[in-house]
Design a protein around this ligand. Structure first.
Ligand code: ATP
Length: 199
């Protein structure tokens, strides 16, 4: 799997719709200071579900929406789509290309899509689990992240390694199964109490 394209509209400096094509090898993005290079990385993090405005170098989530310039009025919506090449079927979806979209309106409403079908953020996170591209995954190393990993506590570093090794998906499933089991056990106890009362 690799990121083959990014489409951005209304996100930070990118007011008009632009599509960046990325090849399977190394792509370098060059431009003057403040031209929006880091905003592209922010856009990728954002689609992957980043919920912290601070991590996107803003103070509120609507800071990601184009705020206007000397020549352009602000817009009301930001939209970013990541196009992932899935010809190696590393994502559990029967599509050669997977498009993941996030939209956010000034009103505060947000939407997520996988291949243009509305979905929950959880669906995107589950889809990308163990690929290293999920939020907090290793595919995106922002400025300062390397130092953070090196200085992390052993348990935090272990979770990074577990995601890389592909264990995170099973750990999450185990946690969910355990929660369901606990709920069933509580129901059973309640049922036994009721039966006891009826006897
Ligand atoms: P450098 O080389 O200095 O790191 P860069 O190319 O990475 O720069 P970015 O940090 O991506 O640049 O972009 C910063 C620019 O994005 C600033 O000019 C800022 O005004 C602009 N910007 C950020 N958020 C918005 C927004 N919501 N609307 C319009 N412009 C924005």
């Amino acid at each position: 799997m690799f990121l083959k394209g990014i489409e951005i509209q209304g996100f930070k400096t990118f007011v008009d719709r632009v599509r960046l094509e990325l090849g399977p090898g190394v792509t370098g993005i060059v431009g003057p200071n403040g031209s929006g290079k880091s905003n592209i990385v922010d856009a990728i993090l954002w689609v992957l579900g980043e919920q912290s405005a601070k991590s996107l170098r803003g103070t509120r989530m609507d800071d990601v929406i184009f705020a206007g310039s000397a020549r352009r009025r602000p817009v009301g919506m930001a939209e970013v789509t990541l196009y992932l090449d899935n010809s190696d079927a590393s994502l559990p979806l029967d599509f050669q290309e997977v498009a993941i979209t996030r939209r956010f309106f000034r009103s505060g409403e947000g939407e997520y899509y996988i291949n243009k079908v509305p979905c929950r953020l959880k669906d995107i996170q589950e889809l990308l689990l163990d690929t290293g591209s999920g939020r907090g995954g290793l595919a995106i190393v922002s400025q300062g992240r390397l130092e953070e990993i090196l200085a992390a506590r052993p348990e935090e570093r272990r979770s990074v390694l577990e995601e890389t090794a592909g264990i995170a998906r099973y750990r999450l499933r185990k946690k969910e199964a355990r929660q369901r089991l606990e709920a069933v056990e509580q129901d059973l106890t309640r049922l036994q109490d009721l039966i006891g009362e009826l006897k």
